[in-house]
Design a protein around this ligand. Structure first.
Ligand SMILES: Cc1cc2nc3c(=O)[nH]c(=O)nc-3n(C[C@H](O)[C@H](O)[C@H](O)COP(=O)(O)OP(=O)(O)OC[C@H]3O[C@@H](n4cnc5c(N)ncnc54)[C@H](O)[C@@H]3O)c2cc1C
Length: 464
């Protein structure tokens, strides 16, 4: 018992020392110098302009690990810059996992809480920030505070999701975990009408199962509005066979094949990472010969993202396209949430006006029964997240923003919301109307009166 207590107090002391040291480093940066987290990975799709001022980098390597797992209480204390790959590898050893595990291995807990995260447990468990019990935050004005429901910093706790590191940085987070089974039993159900897909999602939201299959996990893949698959996953103690999509076989293609499948829990959680959903296609990785030659350790989302960042920095694809006389194209890389009862309308609009395929569908419903001020989804409403990531050729005479602006307008018209990890084209006035400007202004005044960190509009729309 004393040994356990000693270990716990040593962990608390190590965490406090790491936080104090980061606070010291932060406060030593001269006012006016932009700041960034020194992380080796990112899943943002906003790229810094060449020649932009290089911000001072904060060394956050002390916050890249799980500090403690309490198996009985089903909680963990986790550094804010811990990747979900590391977090899940640790918790699975205890037969537990976070309530929502975003699909890309290098998304970090702090990134998913200060941005937004979603996955196929989101219809049951809401969004990652809803299973955070408390957070230690280094505020933009250089204080260390603990934000939790009912605490003096409750407003910061509630306003942190969708603040994207503009109010401060989450250093240690205490999160809830849930027990897992060793396997996931998948059923892929085909629909040829978008309205029927959304009706099935609303039914699963009500009943927690579909055609007798327990819906522990639900997501969907739309190859077109007339060919959409809902994948309903149930925890399973047994598996009559196991599939493996980390080698030559490709997960998203398997969805069109046999209607039933089994994966280990770990392979299930990372099923989308190996091929970055389907986006590895752009690098030829889905051609059998290239796939065979491409080392398996490099079939990962973070490797593809680094290739895209390199390409954007050097303008390679753009230059090649111009050389070949190809029409200019626009990057349309977004995740949007649409109320489930308007989602079929969005899907038909998207297919007709943008025409990109496949599209990822992920249903969600807030778990906590309350709204989160900076991303005001309605607690009583099921939504469907549409994820689409690719380039679309621009019509003659159209310029960058053509498709993204239409999507933004449609999302607003349908009562939806758009995540901010990628490009946005909103006017400042519209942005603050959609993302609760008054609540944000109050938080900024309280935690960053000197404007030490960028403001949310400047960061997410202006690309600061
Ligand atoms: C192709 C693609 C598909 C995607 N699909 C999904 C998906 O299916 N599910 C999903 O959940 N997400 C998805 N995302 C979005 C992704 O989750 C968000 O971009 C997320 O914010 C990235 O987290 P990160 O840890 O990589 O953070 P980073 O990219 O490093 O940072 C993101 C932002 O968060 C801030 N930040 C990072 N850590 C902290 C912290 N500890 N405290 C405060 N602020 C911090 C940074 O300042 C930055 O502004 C997708 C993105 C892409 C490009």
């Amino acid at each position: 018992m004393t040994e356990l207590a000693d270990r716990a107090s040593a962990q608390v002391a190590r965490r406090s020392a790491a936080s104090a040291s980061l606070r010291h480093a932060y406060n030593a940066i001269p006012p006016g110098t932009p700041v960034r987290l020194a992380k080796s990975t990112s899943n943002l799709f906003r790229f810094r302009e060449a020649g932009a001022t290089r911000p001072a980098a904060l060394d956050v390597s002390a916050f890249t690990r799980v500090s403690h797992v309490d198996k009985g209480a089903r909680t963990a204390v986790v550094g804010g810059m811990t990747t979900y790959a590391d977090l899940v590898a640790t918790t699975l050893r205890y037969g537990l996992m976070p309530l929502v595990v975003p699909q890309l291995k290098t998304i970090t807990l702090g990134g998913a809480v200060s941005g937004l995260g979603i996955e196929s447990t989101s219809l049951r468990n809401g969004l990652p920030h809803e299973s955070v019990l408390e957070m230690e935050i280094l505020t933009a004005d250089g204080r260390l505070v603990t934000a939790a429901p009912g605490s003096a910093h409750e407003a910061l706790y509630l306003g942190f999701p969708n603040s994207y590191g503009t109010l401060g940085y989450a250093l240690w987070l205490t999160i809830e975990l849930e027990p897992v089974a060793p396997y996931v039993h998948l059923r892929h159900v085909r629909f040829d009408d978008p309205g029927e897909v959304m009706a099935a999602i609303e039914q699963i939201a009500r009943d927690g199962s579909y055609l007798g299959h327990q819906a522990d996990f639900v997501d969907g893949t739309a190859f077109s509005p007339t060919e959409t698959y809902l994948t309903v996953g149930a925890y399973s103690q047994t598996a009559p066979w196991l599939s493996d999509y980390t080698g030559q076989r490709i997960y998203y293609q398997s969805i069109r094949g046999p209607r039933e499948d089994f994966l280990t829990i770990s392979d299930y959680l990372w099923r989308w990472d190996t091929d970055w959903f389907w986006c590895s296609r752009a690098f030829g990785v889905q051609r059998p010969l290239v796939r065979m030659l491409w080392p398996s350790r490099y079939r990962r989302s973070d490797v593809y993202r680094k290739l895209v960042a390199f390409d954007r920095r050097h303008g390679l694809t753009r230059a090649l396209g111009a050389h070949r006389g190809a029409p200019p194209s626009e990057a349309v890389i977004q995740d949007v949430e649409i109320p489930a009862d308007r989602a079929a309308e969005f899907h038909e609009f998207f297919a007709a006006e943008v025409g990109m395929s496949p599209v990822w569908l992920c249903p969600l419903r807030l778990r906590s029964g309350q709204s989160w001020p900076l991303y005001p989804l309605r607690p009583d409403q099921a939504y469907v997240n549409f994820g689409f990531w690719g380039n679309v050729p621009l019509p003659r005479g159209a310029s960058d923003g053509h498709f993204n602006k239409r999507i933004e307008n449609k999302v607003t018209e349908l009562g939806g919301h758009k995540g901010l990890y990628s490009t946005s084209y909103y006017s400042e006035e519209e942005f603050w109307r959609l993302y609760n400007g008054p609540a944000y202004a109050r938080l900024k005044q309280e935690y960053d009166p000197g404007g030490r960190l960028s403001d949310l509009f400047d960061k997410c729309v202006g690309g600061e």
